[in-house]
Design a protein around this ligand. Structure first.
Ligand code: URA
Length: 195
């Protein structure tokens, strides 16, 4: 959770929150190296959110999450669930691209949590699908490996959470696509949808 003494944004709407994010300079390095912040896209009232780690080069350039190669695979995964990108909400733990796509530092994750927490409070999804270890471990505040977090329902402040591999990992390890598909079937079954 947000550490003691750390503020959470009180933005009244996603639009106001997005403006706060765009003006953020809490992380010196990220604020000076980013092209722009990447807030989130999709249905602001979505029942299901897909959450990744942080923007990559393509996302930093366009301002839209998951538009690069991994993003195209995520789009296919969403469509295989008989959904579209417009019907879900897609966001990342971090709103800025870490240089060279390095993992977010603990300080960066902590700084960005004030926005992530408010973003999820405003969307009020019923389900969050965490993509990869960084997203899952960050949201659930655990060190448990992603392989062990898969296949069960977790809780984030009353929201049901399912974890799967990051699409970038699936691009490097196509054999794991079958496991991801099992995770999507599990998620859809929780939501009362048969695949
Ligand atoms: N990887 C992520 O985790 N998020 C993006 O938006 C793009 C790639």
């Amino acid at each position: 959770d947000v550490p003691e003494g750390e503020e959470i944004s009180t933005a009244a709407t996603l639009e106001v929150l997005q403006q706060e994010v765009a003006a953020c300079t809490l992380c010196d390095e990220l604020a000076s190296t980013r092209t722009q912040t990447v807030f989130g896209v999709g249905d602001p009232k979505a029942k299901l959110c897909f959450m990744g780690e942080a923007p990559g080069a393509d996302e930093d350039r366009t301002g839209i999450p998951f538009v690069g190669r991994a993003g195209q695979l995520l789009t296919k995964i969403i469509e295989a669930c008989n959904l579209t990108r417009d019907e879900v909400y897609i966001l990342n733990v971090l709103k800025c691209r870490p240089p060279g796509n390095r993992n977010p530092s603990p300080a960066e994750s902590s700084n960005c949590k004030r926005f992530l927490r408010r973003q999820l409070d405003l969307i009020q999804p019923e389900y969050i699908c965490c993509l990869g270890a960084v997203a899952a471990q960050n949201l659930l505040e655990t060190q448990t490996p992603i392989g062990k977090l898969r296949g069960q329902l977790h809780d984030y402040r009353g929201v049901k959470v399912v974890c799967t591999y990051h699409p970038a990992y699936l691009l490097r390890n196509p054999a794991a696509k079958k496991d991801c598909w099992d995770d999507m079937k599990f998620l859809m079954a929780q939501m009362g949808v048969k695949l």
